[in-house]
Design a protein around this ligand. Sequence first.
Ligand SMILES: Nc1ncnc2c1ncn2[C@@H]1O[C@H](COP(=O)(O)OP(=O)(O)OP(=O)(O)O)[C@@H](O)[C@H]1O
Ligand SMILES: [Mg+2]
Length: 364
Amino acid sequence: MASAQQLIGLVKSHAEGNSERFFDLAMQLAASEEQKGHRTLAEQLRQWAEAGKQPDGALARSVPTPIVAPRGELSDLIKASYPSNKLNDLILPESLHSQLAAIVKESRLAARLEESGLKPRRHLLLAGPPGTGKTLSASAIAGELKYPLYTVLLHGLISKFMGETAQKLRLVFDAIVNHRGIYLFDEIDALAGARTSSNDVGEARRVLNSFLQFLDEKSGGSIVVATTNLPQILDHAILRRFDVVLRYELPSEPAIEATFLRRLSGFDVDSVDWKLVIRKAHGLSTSDVVLAAEDAARSAVLSDHRNILTSDLLPAIESRYSLQRIGADIGTKSSQTPLAPRSRKKSQVSSKKGARKNTKRRTR
Ligand SMILES: Nc1ncnc2c1ncn2[C@@H]1O[C@H](COP(=O)(O)OP(=O)(O)OP(=O)(O)O)[C@@H](O)[C@H]1O
Ligand SMILES: [Mg+2]
């Protein structure tokens, strides 16, 4: 018979949704039953443990953290959701992808780390140009861990009344400790960069100091994800407080291609001059590439065709550039300089989707 400790460990790891630990313990149990000569039982235990490792296996389903609807004052400060996104939805350089996967793994196996006096990294800063997948990454981390995503509404947080912002921040950080989830401080520069703007310097400093202090506190099992387009205006004291700073870039050429193919999966794209299209799309964000693909797909569908032509994609790309230019004109009127697009290496891209299918064809 299995020992009481083994049984408790098994049930506990299942209750905690810790499938890795559950698997390890089930395999240990199988080994000890085999030693006792219970070969059939050992084999059955192994088979069920292996089945639980399969994505669709009953044992692999980890327990989602129940969503806690923010109430009272907190409801103006936090929006709750339960994203189903996964890391594989992101098209990112392999290095970024594996860093995100490591963060997810550390939280999944937090108990194992803690047994060795280590902690999972739970304060992340994602920095990079607009439309490169920062918010989507936070949502994918939540989806992978089956944690709720709590988006902190910064406009609700920043108050024109002295001292109120820090009090509201306190409420948010109390929720971080008490309700496990991914807490997304999107476009953190609004808060952390407040010191450089012309409004009340005393209040801005107080807010910044409270934020720093709160970041130093324990976050329970929650992960705090902050994003910014403007890392250069962030205070160094803030940057130091994050366990990981991930730099997002505009997509490389392979990433542009992967994004088009993924968004146009289900359409016939065999006649597209990809070299030309990718060259023209160089400089667009991943979000713009998705939108250009959707524009092209819309016009193909409306003209009752399922095959996409180069001539559908090029105007769609051009219209994304026009919008970017309008955005840039507005941007120059603001005092903030957007993060300069950096040189883009042809990096290996992690993308697991994107099929090509045939339906009705056009000849051009
Ligand atoms: N790396 C990516 N992989 C896959 N899709 C992406 C990626 N980046 C952007 N997208 C697409 O663009 C949309 C917007 O991306 P997202 O909101 O994550 O960008 P962001 O970096 O947070 O931008 P911003 O700085 O403007 O907030 C996503 O919902 C997705 O459709
Ligand atoms: Mg965003």
